[in-house]
Design a protein around this ligand. Structure first.
Ligand code: GLN
Length: 533
């Protein structure tokens, strides 16, 4: 087994997750079996309890793990399917250590960061490394070198490389090389200092990825090389990618990142086969058409909050030879100024998942606008619940219909708490999570788009469709198109008389890949193109 660890220095948001994922693409396309994972130094057990303002999207895995959004990059850039073992937080590590201590596992010892905490961290890597269907594990370390919280992880990695042999471990350090306008110069000092911090801990990077908004010339590379004790060719510029993030593997390959890593780890492989990937990038950056899709949410200012939704729309656009021009609309603005002002010019409306009542009425207005004006509508999770509430209120005359999440005393609880959620008190990891099967009516639009009547999709919700209202809905033109296999949980609703009205309780955005766009997103964008004419 070979191991690559990706650390970051100077500032956060360097695109280190993207770089790690892009390296995953390259190694996989050289024929290696790659597994990707992330260590997050914060003390939350998982990001499921964090606000999107803190952390961006929560990415859900097949096994129901609520994880960092970088795992979304990993799954989109490589073929590996990840599990809860692949996102480790300090919260999980300390939870294990404290549980061990209470059980008497360390009886007699003083429990300390070194060795007890570092042992648990290494144990998690060894556990993953037991798998015999992978050749290489790429691990990204969250946070920035020098953070107090990150120290136990870096110390664990230092020990780990000695245990498994230096020849099997490569370190990549991503840093920022800022351009100072007044001096008209790129500055290497932050990189030097952050590498020095790493070396203090006992880790010497093999590759330095230099994030910069300006081209990095040979002199700057040589300087970084000299001060940081890395070969000049291993000082790799990581500039902003033009047009699409999916260019990142191609750019890094042009800079020989994968060659350098393979040489360093003694991996002999053919050159990567990037034909399919290049074609996909071409489709994304050179489309013949374009279409405006409105995404109506409440974390609209935050690019990362609906990451997988935006990516899935891009994938679906490429599959339809179209650029999807995403119009981000804050549902509170719709509440204030009405839906038409924001939705008049879009050819498709998507309402993503969400929690809490801010902006809910604006989303209901957006769904109403889509339904009444024949604009393709795609509801995801909360977007499905919103579509149902809207339909109940305005098509069925159930005036104060609502979800009990937002109005406990509603006379028409068309969305209500899942039966097995009724006694749940804890907030962490307690929703209906992960992959569950959905069975569809063969004559539904969803089944036609999927090309089958049974699918497995990922979930993250506490509330469900109240099936007592189904016959009224059917009578008025909305029908249940998909359910859990036992029929008990509503998974998909459709309005057959509408050009495209599909709303799903699950999260299809977690399974769309640039090389394999999700059928529902693909169908939605196709319908929007048709609407645009
Ligand atoms: N808040 C809703 C629920 O818990 C929807 C969740 C979501 O959109 N992920 O059911």
């Amino acid at each position: 087994m070979k191991y690559i660890f990706v650390t970051g220095g100077v500032v956060s948001s360097l695109g280190k997750g993207l770089a790690a994922a892009a390296l995953g693409t390259l190694l996989e396309r050289r024929g290696l079996r790659v597994l990707m994972q992330k260590f997050d130094p914060y003390l939350n057990v998982d990001p499921g309890t964090m606000s999107p303002f803190q952390h961006g999207e929560v990415y859900v895995l097949d096994d129901g793990a609520e994880t960092d959004l970088d795992l979304g990059h990993y799954e989109r850039f490589t073929s590996g399917r990840l599990s809860r073992l692949n996102n480790i937080t300090s919260g999980q590590v300390y939870e294990t250590v404290i549980k061990n201590e209470r059980e008497g596992v360390y009886l007699g010892a003083t429990v300390q960061v070194i060795p007890h905490v570092t042992d648990v961290i290494k144990g998690r890597i060894y556990e993953v490394a037991k798998r015999d269907d992978i050749d290489i594990i790429i691990t990204e370390i969250g946070g920035t070198t020098g953070d107090i919280e990150g120290l136990p992880f870096l110390e664990a990695l230092r020990q780990f490389k000695d245990e498994v042999g230096h020849e099997n471990v490569a370190f990549i350090h991503a840093t920022l090389v800022p351009y100072i306008q007044a001096a008209e110069e790129l500055k290497t000092k932050p990189t030097q200092q952050s590498v020095a911090k790493l070396r203090e801990i006992g880790i010497a990077p093999d590759v330095i990825l230099c994030r910069s908004e300006h081209p990095i010339d040979q002199d700057v590379r040589k300087k970084i090389s000299m001060f940081c004790n890395v070969r000049p060719e291993a000082v790799i510029p990581f500039l902003d990618v033009m047009g699409t993030i999916y260019r990142a593997p191609l750019n890094l390959h042009d800079q020989h990142l994968d060659d350098i890593i393979c040489a360093r780890l003694g991996l002999v492989t053919p050159d990567p086969d990037l034909l399919e990937w290049r074609n996909m990038v071409d489709r994304i950056v050179n489309p013949s058409h374009s279409v405006k899709i409105g995404v109506v949410g409440k974390y609209i200012d935050l690019k990362d909050a609906y990451k997988s939704i935006y990516e899935s729309l891009t994938h679906a656009g490429a599959a339809n030879d179209a650029l999807v021009d995403i119009v981000r609309i804050d549902s509170s603005d719709i509440e204030e100024f009405g839906a038409a002002k924001y939705l008049e010019k879009v050819s498709g409306i998507l309402i993503p998942g969400g929690f809490g009542d801010r902006g809910i009425e604006g989303k209901i207005l957006a769904a109403q606008y889509a339904r009444e004006n024949g604009i393709p509508y795609f509801g995801v999770c909360l977007g499905m619940q919103i579509a149902t509430i809207e339909f109940a209120r305005h098509a069925c005359g159930l005036e104060r219909a609502h979800s009990t999440e937002f109005d406990e005393g509603t006379p028409h609880p068309v969305i209500c708490l899942l039966e097995d959620q009724k006694d749940v008190q804890d907030k962490g990891g307690t929703m209906r999570l992960g992959t569950w099967e959905t069975k569809m009516r063969p004559d539904s639009k969803s089944a036609k788009l999927y090309g089958k009547t049974s699918v497995n999709e990922r979930h993250r919700h506490r509330y469900e469709l109240n099936q007592n209202y189904l016959s009224l809905f059917e009578e008025k033109g909305m029908r249940l198109a998909g359910t859990s296999p036992d029929g008990k949980l509503g998974e998909i609703v459709e309005i057959p008389s509408h050009p495209f009205f599909i709303a799903v309780q699950f999260h299809p955005e977690f399974q769309s890949k640039p090389t394999a766009p999700h059928p529902l997103f693909k169908g939605f964008v196709a319908a929007a193109l048709e609407k645009r004419g």
